[in-house]
Ligand binder design. Structure first.
Ligand code: UTP
Length: 298
């Protein structure tokens, strides 16, 4: 039985080069999906899963992200004066209490594994979650909550997994499955970005993890891997066999959008727009119009 998971690390120190020039001055994580920044979706998901401490691994140029979590008394006062209760409530829900959020700097972008390692002194001998805010997951029950519930039964380490087409496997960490139990698989190996045709399965790891604190010991030892970066996948793989607590892949129920890519971000914008009562009709009408006019032009 796993211990309670109350801390989450949000590695947001990457350069976001796929969104240049926007990311020259706007951190990718505060880019807006409908009306809230990507990071707000991750925070809401974390809270639903019982996370109480939020640790951000940031880098130079991410000041706007830190500002986003500050209270905005002047704005709140203004909304109150104007009787805009609903907006006031929305705003208040984005506030973080003092001491609930911490920022650690990753001085050089040496990879996701290195970013997680930077937060090692804030995690004691307890399991913790890692969430990548550019993976946005639409789900009835938030993805991390699904994972925490499963983790409380299994212990070990757990990664969110989803099926990907064979020709996309080389963009992901891929699981080598030992035992397939349906919503969960036990894992006998993991490979980061396997060369084409060598992936051990079609189950890819996406940006939600529940990790054993042993991971820091492994991260202390590993050298850079795929792409010259210190890979989190390589550290998790060391939990398999031997003295490790084991690794499980969890097939979450929900739809994941890769908001770190332009196509994924646009798809998420449409999907989240269509899910909103106040936007659905207009957006749907517009989409139908475009599709019809493109068809007519063919
Ligand atoms: P990505 O591979 O998406 O890299 O990182 P990126 O820099 O954000 O974006 P591109 O590829 O240049 O467009 C996955 C996650 O790991 C974090 C990123 O911030 C993102 O949340 N990361 C990556 C770090 O925190 N530090 C690193 O050194 C690398």
């Amino acid at each position: 039985m796993g211990k309670k998971v109350t801390k989450a690390i949000f590695p947001v120190a990457g350069m976001g080069t796929r969104f240049l020039p926007a990311t020259k001055s706007v951190p990718k994580e505060i880019m807006t999906l409908v009306d809230r920044p990507l990071v707000q979706y991750a925070i809401d998901e974390a809270r639903a899963a019982g996370i109480k401490e939020f640790i951000f691994v940031t880098s130079r140029g991410k000041g706007a992200l830190e500002d986003y979590f500050d209270h905005a008394p002047q704005l709140e006062q203004e909304l109150k004066k104007k009787g805009k209760e609903e907006l006031l409530e929305t705003l208040k829900n984005t506030n973080m209490d003092s001491g609930e959020i911490a920022y650690i700097r990753q001085h050089r972008a040496l990879g996701l594994g290195h970013a997680v390692w930077c937060a090692r002194r804030l995690i004691h001998n307890e399991p913790f979650a890692v969430m990548l805010p550019d993976d946005v997951i639409a789900a009835e029950k938030p993805c991390l909550q699904q994972m925490v519930e499963a983790y409380e039964e299994t212990g070990g380490s757990m990664v969110a997994a989803m099926e990907v087409p064979a020709n996309k496997a080389s963009s992901y960490g891929i699981l080598d499955v030992d035992n397939d139990m349906g919503s969960m698989v036990s894992v006998k190996g993991m490979v980061e970005k396997p060369a084409e045709g060598t992936a051990p399965s079609n189950l890819a790891v996406i940006g939600r993890y529940i990790l054993s604190p042993n991971i820091f010991r492994h991260l202390n030892q590993i050298k850079s891997g795929a792409g010259g970066e210190i890979q989190l996948t390589d550290a998790i793989a060391r939990e398999i066999g031997g003295e490790g607590d084991g690794v499980y892949g969890y097939r979450f129920r929900g739809q994941r959008f890769d908001c770190g890519s332009k196509a994924g971000f646009l798809q998420a914008t449409v999907a989240f727009g269509l899910a909103r009562d106040d936007l659905r009709d207009d957006l749907e009408g517009y989409l139908n119009e475009i599709v019809a006019s493109r068809k007519a032009a063919e």
